[in-house]
Ligand binder design. Sequence first.
Ligand SMILES: C[S@@+](CC[C@H](N)C(=O)[O-])C[C@H]1O[C@@H](n2cnc3c(N)ncnc32)[C@H](O)[C@@H]1O
Length: 286
Amino acid sequence: MNKNSHTPLFLEQIITLLRERHADKVIDCTFGEGGHGLNLAKLGYTVLGIEWDKEMFDVGQHNIKEAKTEKVKLTLGNYKDVAVIARENHFDPVDAIIFDLGLSMYQLEHSSRGFSSQRQGDLDLRISLLLRESAKDWLNRTSRDELTDLITRYVEDKRSTILSRKLLQVREKKPFTKLDDLRKVIMQITDDEKEATKLLRQTLQALRIVVNDEMNNIKQGFSGGLTVLKKDGLLIFLTYHSLEDRLVKRLGQASRSELKPVQKVIMNKDYPFARSGKLRIYEKIN
Ligand SMILES: C[S@@+](CC[C@H](N)C(=O)[O-])C[C@H]1O[C@@H](n2cnc3c(N)ncnc32)[C@H](O)[C@@H]1O
């Protein structure tokens, strides 16, 4: 694998399930560096990759070229359009669809769009730069009610009310531009470094969800994916925080007439960088 690639979570478990079902065609909806898609292609699976971030798309293309494989085709797009993308590429029906939600290590370590609470950067947070509104634009123009609602819903912390109040006060004086502006607000709320980092991470996550419309992408990706999946095919989700995990669980329950959970949810124990990682797999039953 390319030196930039991170070790993908749950690859072994996914391969075992695909082998048991004699799968061939797989859509990797979150191609990133190719940790899942490229490894599956190397094992002989035919893969259609989707990636929304142009920078990651270029990394993915580079890794595909290095791997010298013709088994994978990468497309630039949003996985909420997975059904259209599959049909446009004459790639349906498929045996499995993988959603490895969130961001890649590469984005956290290299992007200047403010994705990582550990680094400096612009308060941008757009996964696709084709989106019109960045996090700072949203934060500076959104209504008091919308901001309070977002923070209370998505920052699951007892200090969420004080956080939204502070954000509103600060932007009255000076618009937000950098990640550091947000960091400073949070340091006014707690001087415990560990707690501040956690609160900053959750606030960034909340802003990222709204800027990229992530919950809606997951909903549409889930239902669109179902329409291009073969009977007995697998819908595979890797989730990293409770908000997205609860949504996937709810979508699975609401589709009980078409899907059944394949096995119990598998928790990640292997990689400290993604301790909250969970694997949820559904099989299409009709
Ligand atoms: C956790 S990483 C996936 C890593 C990949 N499985 C690997 O092993 O290299 C998630 C990837 O999905 C991409 N992504 C996020 N939202 C997306 C969306 N709505 N449509 C397509 N790709 C998306 C991100 O840019 C990122 O590259």
